[in-house]
Design a binder for this molecule. Sequence first.
Ligand code: AMP
Ligand code: ZN
Length: 464
Amino acid sequence: MLELKVYNTLARKKEIFAPIKAGQVGMYSCGPTVYKPAHIGNLRAYVFMDELRRIFEYSGYKVKSVMNITDVGHLVSDGDDGDDKMSKSARETGKDPLEIAAEITDRFMADIDSLNIKRPTVCPKATDNIPEMIAVVQALLDNGYAYETADGIYFSVEKFAGYGKLSGVKLEDQRHGARVEVNSFKRHPIDFALWKKAAPNHLQQWDSPWGRGFPGWHIECTAMSRKYLGETFDIHTGGVDHIPIHHENEIAQAECWLGHKAVNYWMHNEFMLIDGGKMSKSLNNVYTVADVVAKGYTPMELRYLYLNVQYRQKLNFTWAAMDAAKSAYNKLCGLLLAHKNGVVKTDKAALDEYRRKFEEAITDDLNVPLALGVLWTMLKLPKSADVYNLALDFDKIFALDFDKVKEEEKPQIVIPEDVKAMAELRLAARRAKNWAESDRLRDVIAYMGYAIKDTADGYELTLK
Ligand code: AMP
Ligand code: ZN
């Protein structure tokens, strides 16, 4: 089993990974809110989730990966006011929230499949786990960490001494800070909703000990991660935007509910930027996988782009960068093919050294770009199937379809009967050693738009 170093946001440093159960990893990743298709920025979070899992599996661990599907309760505002994203989308489209959720979930799964992101072991839906969430909220009320107001159940951040340990947020700054607080029911401005009481016309609502309502967003991850991974689990992932609110709140809920540490390693991917800035609807730059494919790129070329930047660095997406990824990926495939057909034997010690450098890169906090660099250097070796076979092993991490590289297929052409007849006449002339007639028929065939090449057992016709 390889030793892995991972950057733990909670510890603010790289640490050597130590599993709770020997040889096993339990990881939870915040999944999509299925009210609109994922954009290529969101998908960076899932490429990261996938790389992490693949590195553990390559190293010999058995991985259980859990990713939730948020199909209720993700409020539009962090201030716990207004609608949730599913209901808003349902009203805008006139569809049922669960119909939208099903459509968007299918599309999300197709997107991750196209990018070779392994499907998580379990993808629980929030709406299938409402009783589990209610039980956690009730426990937090019972042990005094939560309180009821006219519009819901809130978590009291001042009751939890550890609040802010992930992001460094200070409660005092939040009270006196610039944020305008509009929810007057809360005891502290950053107390957050565990459960919201629903108006009669609210689209998604369930019975609870506090009347009809729907869960807060943070509670679903706390309830579902425990259900599938146990009270304390190894790794929790998500984008850096989740550090100050969603994950800080998850820690508060879970630790106050359970009375002990909830997650050992918190890992966060940096953002993808577009043209150096944020993606936004107003700038018309919120691209999906389908948008990228429509512009003539393949999902593998997009995956190659993701892999070129280490997950803790910002990744700037531009169409020029996509062009560069396309040509680099295709050049890589060309080199791989040349090695696949190569006849040179490569020295085992040399191959072992490349494997060592590759493993050193991937186990150092997922330095996949460096691992790609090792591959490029290795491909400069004389053309050898041994090199290709080692590259296939590296592809357990890259997942760039190295096993599918093959010669461009020649387009199949249908040769007209009259051209074939001329070719047969020419073959007969050649066999009779009538070179003048053979040359004349070659010219006729050329005039008809075809080129003829002699082969051992006859001829080959191609378009001129
Ligand atoms: P959401 O559906 O908004 O909860 O986002 C799904 C995942 O994508 C979360 O882990 C976010 O942190 C992450 N994410 C959102 N936008 C970006 C971005 N531009 N770059 C990278 N990750 C992102
Ligand atoms: Zn979450």
